[in-house]
Write a protein that binds this ligand. Structure first.
Ligand code: ADP
Ligand code: AMP
Length: 214
């Protein structure tokens, strides 16, 4: 099962992708997580990506596409995967379609997690990320047992720099200009499924499993 998660930053793509991983046993591939790991490890890619990420801009397509295509060729992807945060532009989507077609493959589902802009700022200002394992929480909607500490690994939680309100507005406008057109792209491919992302996490996931099957 090959799935793409669509939706604004903070819509809940990563949250739902992790639940898909648990239930369906396919890996989550998050380009944001890959870039953050590269930043943490001080790689050249991380240094380049950081300048864009800090501004709430997209990392250029040429730094993203080969990275993902290479990742999808790894063994754990042979039964499928859930892509979270990729593609984010039409050229990225076209490159993905072409790379899959070259292997005689195609995506099965593009799931659009719909959340209006007015809910997004709350979602992102309350999001807390673990510096150690990348786990994601929300101070109101998905709090940790101990404030500031990751339930999964005991790591410290932070507010991501790009989740600060001044950057969130810009990320939202980048989303509308560059990523939202993917909804029509995947509608035309006949694989678009929309879910109401304003429901609570468990109800959103129930709607997703109704699409993917038990
Ligand atoms: P994305 O991957 O789309 O950027 P996340 O999955 O990181 O979004 O979710 C953004 C924030 O909103 C996180 O703090 C997460 O805990 C919270 N969140 C996710 N889904 C929901 C939901 N259905 N209701 C309320 N909060 C949610
Ligand atoms: P995310 O963790 O998905 O919210 O991504 C955080 C940031 O990483 C984005 O604001 C972009 O700067 C960058 N990024 C992640 N995925 C992509 C992508 N597919 N294309 C371009 N930039 C990306």
């Amino acid at each position: 099962m090959k799935i793409v998660m669509l939706g604004a930053p903070g819509a809940g793509k990563g949250t739902q992708a992790k639940m898909i991983v648990e239930k369906y046993g396919i890996p989550q591939i998050s380009t944001g997580d890959i870039f953050r790991a590269n930043i943490k490890n001080g790689t050249e890619l991380g240094k380049k990506a950081k300048t864009y990420m800090d501004q709430g801009a997209l990392v250029p397509d040429e730094l993203v596409v080969d990275l993902v295509v290479d990742r999808l060729s790894q063994d754990d992807c042979k039964n499928g995967y859930v892509l979270d945060g990729f593609p984010r532009t039409i050229p990225q989507a076209e490159a993905l379609t072409a790379a899959l077609a070259a292997q005689g493959e195609k995506l099965d589902y593009a799931i659009d997690v719909e959340v209006p802009d007015e809910n997004i700022v709350n979602r992102m200002s309350g999001r807390r990320a673990c510096v150690n394992c990348g786990g994601t929480y929300h101070i109101v909607f998905n709090p940790t047992k101990v404030e500031g500490i990751c339930d999964a690994c005991g790591g410290k939680l932070i507010l991501r720099d790009d989740d600060k309100p001044e950057t969130v507005q810009h990320r939202l406008s980048v989303y509308h200009a560059q990523t939202q057109p993917l909804i029509d792209y995947y509608k035309a491919e006949g694989i678009l499924k929309a879910v109401d992302g304003t429901k609570n996490m468990a109800d959103v996931f129930a709607d997703i499993t109704a699409i993917l099957g038990e």
